[in-house]
Write a protein that binds this ligand. Structure first.
Ligand code: SF4
Length: 314
């Protein structure tokens, strides 16, 4: 991550593009951050590359658009001890504020991580919060990206969770896709050793994100976990075509991953240019159903603030 690209001019050079062709915005509180391996999967000379569009701070981000707000799912301030109990029986831990990549459409791009981290105080407050709610059976590690933590810190947390009523550990991460080297022996040993039933949910939006190195990382994870799933966000100009989504599902499956959710964009400020209408999402999923077996068709969902579950669109 120390070698990640943080400068638009350097990104333009690596992609053989004039900087002006990128239409990049200036400095931002959510700056450019993209690992070199991910840049290596972008098409050179193409300012519309679907991987580039996911990470490039564009001028369109600066436009204020009605309905697009800082906290679209209304979760800021809910994290008691770094734990958000959004849905019954499941608790979400804000395990780390760091990410391997800055996705421009991220609904937590303005999340106040410094105030609401579960890692504060050596996890104790978060674990005590879980102990006080024994009906909670599943701990969801989120962030940021929980695999930003070292294996040692992750291991400390898992050991503490094993002393509670938690039965299932779910890890939401973009690392295996954007920095596949993170899936190292230590992580695999940790996952194999825990008594917790473990699910890993990766985040991949476009088939070009999957190359031989990501495939190897995902295939390494598969035998260590109970389920290996993917969630994508439906993004205009990136993956809003049936061909792209069908190829994504097929390639994920070849890596041992089942497509799980296709999210409609959460209306976060600065991301309106990625928005795809719900009816378009429905049409795309209907096309996928005619082309793929049912287990490769992701469920189209959207987050409803205050809802007891995600809203299934189709
Ligand atoms: S939390 Fe996930 S989606 Fe958001 S910027 Fe980090 S890696 Fe990307």
């Amino acid at each position: 991550m120390q070698n990640a690209v943080r400068d638009v001019a350097e990104l333009a050079r690596l992609l053989d593009l004039p900087e002006a062709a990128l239409g990049a915005a200036g400095s931002s509180a959510f700056p450019l951050l993209v690992p070199r391996g991910f840049v290596g999967r972008m098409r050179k000379g193409d300012p519309s590359d679907p991987l580039l569009l996911q990470v490039l701070p564009r001028l369109a981000e600066l436009s204020e658009v009605a309905g697009f707000v800082a906290d679209p799912v209304r979760e800021q301030g809910l994290a008691a001890g770094g734990v958000i109990e959004k849905y019954p029986g499941r608790a979400l831990l804000i395990a780390s504020g760091a990410c391997p990549i800055h996705c421009r459409y991220c609904f937590r791009r303005e999340f106040p991580y410094a105030e609401q981290l579960a890692a504060r105080g050596g996890w104790d407050e978060a674990v005590e919060t879980l102990r006080a709610r024994p009906s909670t059976r599943e701990a969801i590690l989120s962030g940021g990206d929980p695999l930003s933590l070292s294996n040692r810190r992750l291991g400390e947390l898992v050991a503490k969770l094993e002393q509670t009523s938690i039965e299932t550990l779910r890890i939401h991460t973009r690392y295996p896709v954007v920095v596949p080297e993170r899936v190292d022996d230590g992580l695999l040993r940790l996952l194999a050793a825990t008594r917790l039933n473990t699910t890993v949910v990766v985040h991949c939006n476009h088939p070009n994100e999957l190359d031989d190195s990501t495939a190897a990382a995902l295939r390494g994870l598969r035998p260590r976990v109970s389920a290996l799933l993917n969630q994508s966000v439906l993004l205009r100009g990136v993956n809003d075509s049936a061909d792209t989504l069908a190829t994504l599902s097929t390639r994920l499956f070849a890596c041992g991953v089942l497509p799980y959710y296709l999210h409609l964009l959460d209306p976060v400020a600065g991301a309106a240019h990625f928005d795809v209408a719900a009816h378009t999402g429905l049409e795309l999923v209907a096309q996928l159903r005619t082309r793929l077996p049912g287990y490769l068709v992701p469920r189209l969902v959207k987050e409803t603030p205050g809802g007891l579950s995600k809203t299934l669109i189709g």
